[in-house]
Design a protein. Structure first.
Length: 132
């Protein structure tokens, strides 16, 4: 029998809207279809977490680490993403409509062009490339 990986946090299919989880470590957590609408997740670590189809509408995601996270189909509409790190994150079908993005938001990840409604700020001498 194979050993199943231990998951410290599993909020899958839970309503965690309008709650504060600032500065929490959710590394490798499970968040399938979790509702974080309007929640404060500032400075959280979602490194390698599974956030497929998660609702992050109007959430405070400032300085959040999404490195290597799977955000396929997640909704980040109206979320504050200043300082967030999406390096190596999976963003296929992720909705960024009206999200707050600035020069501190790191989106250097293969597949960034598969995200929806993503309006990147103009940064001199920077090129977003699918081959990075």
């Amino acid at each position: 029998m194979r050993n199943k990986k231990k998951v410290d946090v599993d909020f899958s299919n839970k309503d965690k809207s309008k709650m504060s989880f600032a500065n929490s470590n959710f590394r490798k957590g499970e968040f399938y279809r979790t509702n974080f609408f309007g929640s404060n997740l500032e400075n959280c670590n979602f490194n390698a977490a599974k956030l497929k189809y998660t609702c992050l509408i109007k959430a405070n995601l400032r300085n959040v680490n999404f490195t290597g996270a799977d955000l396929k189909g997640a909704n980040l509409s109206g979320a504050d993403l200043r300082g967030a790190n999406f390096n190596a994150a999976k963003l296929e079908g992720t909705n960024f409509k009206d999200a707050i993005i600035d020069e501190t938001t790191r989106l250097r990840t293969p597949g960034v062009k598969k995200a929806k409604n993503l309006k990147l700020p103009v940064v001199e001498n920077e090129k977003i490339d699918d081959n990075d």
